[in-house]
Design a protein around this ligand. Structure first.
Ligand code: ATP
Length: 437
C-alpha cells in the first residue's frame, strides 16, 4: 500500500482550497464556467477526480463539468467564450472542449444510467445532479463543487464522500455496482492502493462476489484493457498489483496472467529500469505499461498472443507483449554467452521493441549481460556509419545488393570498435565489395 493520504481541509474550506491550491488559470476557468452558467441560467458543478484530489491535497488538473440542463449547448457556449473547439456525443449528452493550449475540458449533462445487461454500456437520460452522482463508481468520486457565483465553492456531498475520504474508505454507492460495471473491480483496487485507503467491508464482499461470478469476463476487451492500463500507469502500481494477487483476480482477468512473487518482482525491476532509462533518454517514447503487463504473463506457449487478443491490444502493445513473452527468455540466454560482441547484441535486438531490451536489462542477473544491454540501449542503437552508399559510388563501385552488405559490415566494425574513423569504415566496406567480385 502507498502511504495513507487524508483530507487537508474540511468541507466548508473548499472555497479557500480552490483559491489556494489550484493553479491560478484553472481557478479562473472554474469562475468563468460558473459565470457563464449564471448568465444562461443553468447550475454547473465541477465533479470527479478534481474535487476528490483537491480535498486530499493531491494535484489534479482534470476539469470535469456537470450541467443540470443541456450540457451540450452549454459546452458550445463555453467553447465559443474560450475560443476552443468542441466535440459532442449527443447519445450521452457529453462534450469535450479542446482549448487552444491543448487542455481538454469535459462537459456533461447531468444524467442517470440504466444498465440493461451486466457490464454493457448503459442507456442514459437527463437527470438531477444527485442522480448523476449516484451513477458513479465510489462515494469519494461522487463529490461535486458548485460553480455558480452565489454558491461558488460549496461542496455537494449526497453520499458521505467526505467522511469516506476522512476515514480512507472506498465504498460503492449501491450493491449492484460491480455487476453494472465490473471495471469498478480494478478501479476500486486502484484508488484504494493509490491513496492508502481500504475497501469498506461491504464493498469488499461485493467485489469478491463479483469475482466469483466471473463478471470481469463479461467486459469487452477494450474496457478491460483501458482499466488495466490505467492501473499499470499508476505512479507506483505495485501495491495494487499485490492486492489483485491477494484477491486472486489475475486468472479472472485472463488465464495467461499471474501475479506470482516472481512476476511482481520482475515488474519492480522493470520499473527501476524504466526510471533509469528515462533519466538517460527522456525523449524516447516507451509504452511502459505494456512492458509491465508482459511481466505478468505466464511463461506458457501462446500466452502472450491469447492475452493480446482478449485485451484487444493495439499493434504496438501486442508486439511488446509477444516479443517479451515469446523471445525474452531465449534472448536472455543468448546474451549470457560471454563471447557476444556489441555487433551481435545489436543484431539480436535491433528489430525488437525497445521495451524488450528494457525487460532484458531488468531480467539480467549477471552484471555483464546488463552492461551489454545498457550499451545497446544508450549508445549502440543510435550509432550510424560515417560512410554511405555515395562514398562507395565515389570510389567507382556500382550500386547493387552488395552495398547493403558492405555498409552493414562497416557498421558492425564500428560497433565492435574495429573501425573508428571514416577511412577505416571505407576499408571494411571495400574489403566486402572486393571479396564479392
Ligand atoms: P484519475 O485520478 O485516475 O484520473 P478520476 O476519478 O479523475 O481518477 P476518471 O476516469 O477521469 O477518473 O473519471 C472521472 C469521474 O467519472 C470519476 O471520478 C467518477 O466519478 C466517474 N467514473 C469514471 N469511471 C467510472 C465508472 N466505471 N463507473 C462509474 N463512474 C465512473
Amino acid at each position: 500500500m502507498n502511504p495513507p493520504i487524508r483530507p487537508i481541509g474540511s468541507p466548508n474550506q473548499v472555497p479557500e482550497l480552490l483559491r489556494e491550491r489550484l493553479p491560478h488559470c484553472l481557478y479562473e476557468q472554474l469562475r468563468e464556467v460558473g459565470g457563464l452558467g449564471e448568465a444562461v441560467q443553468v447550475t454547473v458543478f465541477a465533479v470527479g477526480g478534481l474535487v476528490r484530489d483537491l480535498l486530499l491535497g493531491v494535484p489534479n488538473l482534470d476539469l470535469d463539468v456537470v450541467v443540470e440542463g443541456d450540457g451540450i449547448a452549454f459546452a458550445r457556449q463555453l467553447a465559443r467564450f474560450w475560443g476552443g473547439t468542441v466535440t459532442v456525443h449527443p447519445p450521452f449528452g457529453t462534450a469535450v472542449i479542446i482549448l487552444p493550449g491543448g487542455q481538454h475540458v469535459d462537459v456533461a449533462t447531468a444524467r442517470t444510467e440504466v444498465y440493461e445487461r451486466p457490464a454493457a454500456l448503459p442507456q442514459t437520460r437527463p437527470a438531477s445532479l444527485r442522480e448523476d452522482l449516484f451513477r458513479r463508481d465510489f462515494t469519494i468520486n461522487a463529490l461535486a463543487v458548485q460553480l455558480n457565483p452565489s454558491q461558488f465553492g460549496q461542496l455537494v456531498d449526497f453520499f458521505g464522500g467526505w467522511e469516506d475520504l476522512a476515514s480512507g474508505t472506498v465504498r460503492v454507492l449501491h450493491p449492484l455496482s460491480f455487476r453494472d460495471d465490473p471495471t469498478r473491480i480494478l478501479r476500486a483496487v486502484r484508488f484504494e492502493q493509490r491513496y492508502g485507503f481500504h475497501l469498506s467491508p461491504d464493498t469488499e464482499q461485493r467485489l469478491r462476489e463479483a469475482l466469483s461470478n466471473d463478471w470481469l469476463n463479461l467486459l469487452t476487451g477494450e474496457r478491460l484493457r483501458d482499466e488495466l492500463s490505467l492501473l499499470l500507469q499508476e505512479a507506483n502500481p505495485l501495491p495494487a498489483l499485490r492486492r489483485l494477487t491477494e484477491m486472486q483476480v489475475w486468472p479472472r482477468i485472463h488465464p495467461a496472467l499471474t501475479g506470482s512473487e516472481t512476476a511482481l518482482a520482475q515488474v519492480e525491476r522493470m520499473r527501476e529500469t524504466v526510471a533509469w532509462f528515462r533519466e538517460h533518454r527522456p525523449d524516447e517514447a516507451i509504452v511502459e505499461w505494456a512492458g509491465y503487463l508482459a511481466c505478468l504473463v505466464q511463461p506458457k506457449p501462446a500466452a502472450g498472443s491469447s492475452l493480446s487478443d482478449r485485451l484487444r491490444l493495439n499493434q504496438k502493445e501486442a508486439h511488446i507483449v509477444r516479443a517479451v513473452t515469446e523471445r525474452g527468455a531465449d534472448l536472455l540466454a543468448a546474451l549470457e554467452l560471454e563471447t557476444r560482441r556489441p555487433a551481435e547484441v545489436y543484431e539480436l535486438l535491433e528489430r525488437e521493441p525497445i521495451e524488450l531490451a528494457l525487460w532484458l536489462r531488468a531480467s539480467a542477473s549477471a552484471g555483464q549481460v546488463r552492461k551489454k544491454v545498457e550499451r545497446f540501449l544508450l549508445h549502440d542503437r543510435y550509432l550510424r556509419t560515417e560512410i554511405s552508399g555515395k562514398d562507395l559510388i565515389a570510389l567507382g563501385y556500382r550500386p547493387g545488393p552488395a552495398f547493403g552488405e558492405a555498409l552493414r559490415a562497416a557498421l558492425r566494425a564500428r560497433l565492435n570498435g574495429e573501425a573508428k574513423t571514416r577511412a577505416e569504415e571505407l576499408a571494411v566496406a571495400r574489403q566486402v565489395l572486393e571479396g564479392g567480385k
